[in-house]
Write a protein of this length. Sequence first.
Length: 291
Amino acid sequence: MKATRLTLQARAKINLYLDILGRLPSGLHAVQTVLHSIELADDLELELRRRGVSAELLGADIPTDDRNLACRAARLFFQFTGINGGVHIRIMKRIPVGGGLGGGSADAAAVLVGLNALCGTGYPKDALARMGSSIGADVPFCVVGGCASGEGVGNRLRPLPPLPKRPLLLINPGAQVHTGEAYAALNAPLLDSFNLPPFPERVKIRNGWLHDPFKTGAARNGFEASVFKRFPQIREARGRLRSFGAAALMSGTGGTVFGVFKTEAQRDRALKALRSVYPFAEASAFWSPMR
């Protein structure tokens, strides 16, 4: 009997490196980034229905209409495949909303992967990634997972070997940074979309996180300066993680910062001290589908 229900996890991502090159004629921004999946995840359950797309969410107060990327992904899947069907989506949110961890994109990617399995359409992940690129720049990476560099608007991906499972600590001081506002604050120069510079440093950046990412120049987030001006509490959170010996950086457009520790004991000491200070403090680790 064919399954009509599936549970799966939508993994968050962090940006180990993020440089904004400028604005494209389309209005989008060209970036160079290195992304890595982490263990933190939303829990999803998909249940096929005869028609329509609906959703319910626990753990966050966010829309359940087409402003929700998971719902948009479901509608796109049925439109693309021509399948006359529907789905009900249940999401337990664990990834902070507006936190720079790709929570909405991860949910959308999980819906595409899940419906592909439930409906037996058999699309390879690269096809699902291309499908998801119209929903959001991070969706293709969230479909594939692991470690990769991103170019263009972030959706031209090249795989990289995943990093070892080192302990992470995620801190969010309660700041929701809207992606559009973060890009607008940059006042980035206009670029010619046909002459974007290559990204030759992607392997060096990934390898830099195996040693000292700040000494090697691997750690960079081009949004930090402008975001910190509006949200000094995010800068403070990053500083607290560094004071515990972590290599710490803001992820995406914020407001979550992550710290990479050498040992779990070091990470756990920081977590014990900071969990009462911040509304979100979560232990995690690098994750890859190959593990």
